[in-house]
Design a binder for this molecule. Structure first.
Ligand code: PLP
Length: 386
């Protein structure tokens, strides 16, 4: 069975229901291409002097650090606690004369206590970037996620069935009305084709799936030829979430297709199905030997990005999951190489031991059961994993 790691486009994606508070309710918003580019965009709006310091969590992915370095600022890493909350005492110790910004992520969709963090930033004269890449939906301190930050960034492709897309939100600063760049014709086309292709690979387009799949096989040939002939400005880019940070795209707007899909998606379906899949994984895995869910419970208003699981023996289990074809996401696997070792023992441990399994809205019940079986086997349930 080949399980989709990301949401998959289908007729079921659409609907008008709102579901839960989200970034869309948090303030003014512009749609951009990637979450990391939205961080870069926010940093350019702040008007900071070169060499300013940005406080970042020691548990991170490179996509959170790259925009800081690209903008000419210095990352300073702070500790998190075992429950993934920001260790504000540690942040306080690391504030220096050049510190200007604090970036705070809602790991895996579980919101930080933003009231407290906002007050901390106000006390210390720091600007706040609320990193909602894992939390498009949810609430903190009585407001939608994204409300408390000077700027908030979301990574839409992690929650919606599109292959790119992000948003930048602010309840405190004007961000609408600035001119954004188009990604170009090829970028617009690729957004449609890549999204449909992913959907076909997973057989989600009903009766149209097979004929369209055959058509797509011709597309690769056509694509190669068109690309070779196209002038450079038409080549487009930013359709591959795995590609690295491209600073030239910090002001590139989302494709029309991705925006339409996001705006037309049923938000309540996303909320309900993610929570249901998460809870199923939780009940199956909470008593299993070989690891435990990172969070003991799923609070009522949390809409998870993934199901994070703390594995006892990651080096033995990871290859087993891979060879069984169980999809695993490893946020934080690679920590920034210049971060001093020992900065945050919790982050270093989570970097090695926290594996994340998808729980998105487009996983069917039997797919979740299959994944549970694969995880159970990989953990060596009932045998010696050594
Ligand atoms: C917490 C966090 N912030 C920001 C990003 C960057 O988002 P994007 O992949 O849309 O560039 C990621 C990417 O995974 C992330 O995990």
């Amino acid at each position: 069975m080949k399980l989709p790691v990301q949401p998959v486009f289908s007729c079921d994606s659409f609907g008008r229901e709102v579901g839960a508070p989200s970034l869309l309710d948090a303030g003014e918003m512009i749609y951009l291409n990637r979450g990391s580019l939205a961080i870069g965009h926010a940093l350019t709006l702040m008007g900071l002097e070169p060499g300013s310091e940005v406080l970042l969590p020691a548990y991170h992915c490179p996509a959170m650090v790259e925009p800081v370095v690209w903008a000419g600022f210095s990352p300073v890493f702070y500790r998190i606690q075992a429950d993934t909350s920001v260790d504000l005492e540690d942040v306080e110790k690391r504030i220096g004369p050049s510190s200007r910004v604090l970036l705070v992520p809602h790991y895996f969709g579980f919101p930080q206590e933003m009231g407290k963090i906002r007050a901390f930033c106000d006390r210390h004269g720091l600007l706040l970037i609320e990193d909602c890449a894992h939390a498009f939906f949810g609430e903190s301190a009585g407001h939608p996620v994204g409300f408390h930050g000077d700027y908030a960034v979301g990574s839409a492709w992690k929650f919606f069935p599109v292959n790119e897309g992000a948003c930048l939100v602010s309840s405190r600063h004007r961000i609408v009305g600035r001119s954004l760049q188009s990604g170009g014709l090829f970028f617009e086309l690729k957004s449609v084709l890549n999204t449909l292709e992913y959907s076909m690979e997973h057989g989600r387009l009903g009766m149209l799936n097979d004929p369209l799949l055959r058509l797509m096989q011709c597309k690769d040939w056509l694509w190669r030829n068109l690309k070779r002939k196209a002038p450079e400005e038409m080549q487009g880019g930013g359709n591959d979430p795995a590609s690295g940070f491209e600073g030239g795209r910090v002001s590139q707007r989302i494709s029309r297709f991705s925006r339409w899909v996001i705006e037309s998606s049923s938000k309540s379906r996303i909320v309900q199905r993610r929570r249901a899949n998460y809870l199923r994984l939780q009940s199956a895995l909470e008593k299993m030997q070989g690891g435990r869910p990172l969070f003991a419970t799923l609070p009522e208003k949390v809409v998870p990005h993934v199901f994070p699981f703390l594995v006892d023996r990651p080096d033995a289990v990871f290859p087993r999951l891979k060879s069984a074809g169980v999809p695993v996401i490893r946020f934080g696997e690679y920590l920034w190489k210049d971060m001093e070792r020992g900065t945050c023992p919790v982050s270093e441990e989570y970097s090695r031991r926290v594996f994340q399994f998808p729980c998105h809205q487009d996983l069917a019940g039997e797919e979740v059961e299959w994944m549970i079986g694969g995880i159970r086997d990989a953990l060596g349930y009932g045998e010696d994993v050594s």
